[in-house]
Design a protein around this ligand. Structure first.
Ligand code: HAM
Length: 439
């Protein structure tokens, strides 16, 4: 009988394997350490939510909601349940704000500073740096206006934190692009200006942009359609529709960035693909040739002063960002020097490899390994069926020492210890092993 075809991971999803996972862990540990220095705590929200959360939060007309979500009708299992439309989260900001409302975090009066690390799901066309399951490391800062949540200082502090994190990870050549999309009133004003300008040119644009010009003109500015770029660049700029408050807020963000020496460029087309943004929007990008290809946005974010109210909550202005962790890994791997540094961290050898001589010594090897591991040492065990030469080769690959357990050693509670660095081999009481292996 022919053997069945082996099953593969679903298109757009992938397995992360060692040693690469060590780099993922290094990134996450660095992020956690940096976030802790800025007073952030971790939030973990469910991976699926009611579809309505994203429709209301992210926006019906966005690409994410209109064509990229994994949505299903969840059947009722009991009389008390109703069937419900559920969706694998395409992003985490809406979920965090839902949790903020649900747990009445606003009633503390405190600014909430939250971070998350986890998978997100979008049915996009997979390519390098773009997957259907991908990971985000994100941060949200929100609270009642009295907590200072609206202050431009929050925006600048958050951007400065990202710059610090990228620098500590050794990411080179990042560029910060910023813009202001204004308040919801400014957006309404701009929407009208944009519709009018688009009316004259939209017939010369691609079908997607023609549709956007009708349904959500701001989204035309996100368009990557090469043939439409000249027309889009000539459209009126959002900066010219900003009210006095939005202008002053943006100017204060930029002044604070200048004061702490974080470099940026203003990109008037940076409106971002999610509808909840107000005022400051930003992206950190990596220039071409640094491993990301066309998917050059390492992270994106912005302010969402009206999101809580859109989801039925109290007024809770906020700002946040999400790093595409997959893209961060690709960038670090491509920026050779850093990849070597983190590879060094990855191939840290174990403290010891225990080689039992003969299968009768296997149980004793496990007992010794248990003792050493409980003392905090890293240990791998071979197998009593291996010849001595094979044990030495295996040990040299993964560990700094080999610990040989033969019949005599087991009988006398001793071990033969060899350090690969010096070649020195000694027979010692097992009780002395912990002490010696630490060096
Ligand atoms: P976003 O721009 O949709 O924003 O995603 C943030 C980052 O996630 C992107 O810059 C990119 O690095 C990564 N990313 C997005 N889609 C994919 C994909 N298919 N494959 C790999 N990486 C991807 C948000 O998600 C907002 N929630 C960010 C935010 C937080 N705004 C305020 N707070």
């Amino acid at each position: 009988m022919p053997s069945p075809n082996p099953l593969k991971a679903v298109r757009g999803t992938r397995d992360l394997l060692p040693p690469e996972t060590a780099l993922w862990n290094h990134i996450e540990q660095t992020a956690r350490a940096v976030f802790a220095r800025y007073g952030f705590g971790e939030i973990r929200t469910p991976i699926f939510e009611a579809t309505e959360l994203f429709a209301r939060g992210v926006g019906e007309e966005t690409d994410i909601v209109s064509k990229e979500m994994y949505t299903w009708e969840d059947r009722a299992r009991a009389q008390s349940e109703k069937p419900q439309s559920l969706t694998l989260r395409p992003e985490n900001t809406a979920g965090v704000v839902r949790a903020y409302i649900e747990h009445k975090l606003g009633e503390t009066g405190q600014l909430q500073k939250l971070f998350y690390i986890g998978p997100q799901f979008r049915r996009e066309r997979p390519q390098r740096g773009r997957y259907r399951q991908f990971w985000q490391i994100g941060v949200e800062v929100l609270g009642p206006p009295s907590s200072g949540s609206e202050s431009p200082l929050r925006d600048a502090e958050l951007l400065e934190m990202v710059a610090t994190l990228l620098d500590e990870l050794g990411v080179r050549n990042w560029q910060l692009q910023v813009n202001s999309v204004g308040s919801s009133e400014d957006r309404k004003r701009y929407d009208a200006v944009l519709r009018q300008a688009l009316a004259g040119v939209k017939d010369r644009m691609c079908p997607d942009n023609q549709r956007r010009a009708e349904t959500n003109p701001l989204r035309v500015l996100d368009s990557k359609e090469p043939a439409d770029q000249a027309l889009i660049d000539a459209l009126p700029k959002i900066a010219d529709s900003l009210g006095e408050d939005s202008r002053a807020h943006f100017a204060a963000v930029l002044a604070a960035l200048d004061a702490c020496g974080v470099r940026y460029t203003i990109n008037p087309r940076l409106v971002r693909g999610l509808d909840y943004y107000t005022r400051t929007t930003f992206e950190f990008t990596i220039p071409d040739g640094s491993g990301l290809g066309t998917q050059n946005a390492l992270l994106g974010g912005g302010r969402y002063d009206g999101l809580s109210e859109m989801l039925g909550g109290p007024r809770a202005p906020g700002i946040g960002f999400a790093i595409g962790e997959d893209r961060l890994v690709l960038t670090l791997q491509a920026q050779a020097e850093q990849a070597v540094n983190s590879a060094d961290a990855q191939i840290q050898k174990l403290d010891a490899y225990i080689a039992p001589m003969g299968v009768e010594r296997n149980a004793a090897a496990l007992a010794l390994a248990r003792e050493l591991r409980r003392a905090g040492l890293s240990v791998e065990i071979g197998d009593g069926s291996f010849r001595l030469k094979k044990s030495f080769e295996a040990a040299d690959r993964v560990a700094r020492h080999i610990v040989i357990l033969g019949e005599d050693e087991v009988a006398t509670s001793t071990a033969t210890l060899k350090a690969f660095a010096t070649g020195e081999q000694i027979k010692i009481p097992q009780a002395d092993l912990v002490q010696l292996l630490r060096h």
